[in-house]
Design a protein around this ligand. Sequence first.
Ligand SMILES: Nc1ncnc2c1ncn2[C@@H]1O[C@H](COP(=O)(O)OP(=O)(O)OP(=O)(O)O)[C@@H](O)[C@H]1O
Ligand SMILES: [Mg+2]
Length: 369
Amino acid sequence: MGEAIKPRRTSVAETTTAPADGASAAASAHKKPTLLVGIDLGTSRTALAAGNGLRMCVSTCVGKPKDVVSEKLFGKRLLFGDEALNNRMAVELVRPLGDGVIDTSPKKKEENITAVQALLRHMLSHATSDGQEVIYGVIGMPARASVDNKRLLIDALRDIFDAVMIVSEPFTVAYGLDILTDALVLDIGAGTMDLCRMHGSLPGEDDQVTIDKAGNYVDRTLYALIQKRYPEAQFSINMIKLIKEKHGYVSDKEERIEVQFTVDGRPRMFDITKELKEACLSIVPDLTEAIYKLIGSFDPEFQKRLRGNVVVGGGGSQMIGLAAIIEKSLDELGGGAVRIIDEPVYAGANGALKIAVEMPESFWEHLKD
Ligand SMILES: Nc1ncnc2c1ncn2[C@@H]1O[C@H](COP(=O)(O)OP(=O)(O)OP(=O)(O)O)[C@@H](O)[C@H]1O
Ligand SMILES: [Mg+2]
């Protein structure tokens, strides 16, 4: 994973700034300008696209300095994203999302909610002018997030946004790319893989699948495989994630993959070619099964169109050879075509912003009067 992407403003041509009718009405009622934002709140990273052209992406984590020394070192109460990750020896690191939703395990729930709020406030502070706008946010969540998860998130957003819309992640990706019909969209993230059939109207429950197995699962599998083969090697799960992001593959490529770990502090090279492929492949059977399910349960007259237009986004889509392996699995259904989207980091946030611009007032949940 690279360094947090710095806030940047795109040209007007790259985005739409005109608010939707509903948002305009709210703005005039408040006598304040409206800022529309699309947010892809991910387990691993959170991307924001704002109607004023700002784009930013940070790792989804918050760090609190551990003691007086670290407070003095950083000179601030909280660290966000990669700054928190890179200083994790000196901070208490909170990763508030697990499997794409706020992790609500009893001991962590409050801490995680506070961390999500702090992270979003931090990101929005780059997009707003001293809180002078009415903020309308569309937020992407796993396709099959439970009603409780959604409610928890909406409650957490209450003091931050004036109105919100929670939408499924693969739907935001599809909408942003104008893929509204005859497509199967897959979003391979860190916590979940989300699939969504697009057929010219809003996708329903039956059109979507969420699998609680994605990039983080690959990391854990790879960690265990390497540890088993090389018990003497010293490495962390974060190092494993970076190795996967650099070399991850599911193809039959011949090239050997060797990485450097230490043994009792001394550097040594280790061949992980086999382990890396096995780990990356570990999420493919569930993905294939979900693809078969969504295509197989679709109107038979339209199944061919779906398998002819499989679109893959999310960080996990970057594994080398993924499109080919999904295409191969489609042979069983009569063949198909798979394409990996060009801009996986912002696809969800861009789509969420587009939804914010285009959806009518009735789709918004108002959080303030
Ligand atoms: N080149 C790459 N090869 C393989 N995996 C990658 C690559 N780049 C990123 N990833 C993985 O993609 C995942 C992050 O993707 P993404 O940002 O779409 O997830 P997320 O939105 O944070 O998670 P989720 O949608 O599950 O909440 C991580 O597991 C990351 O390691
Ligand atoms: Mg995601």
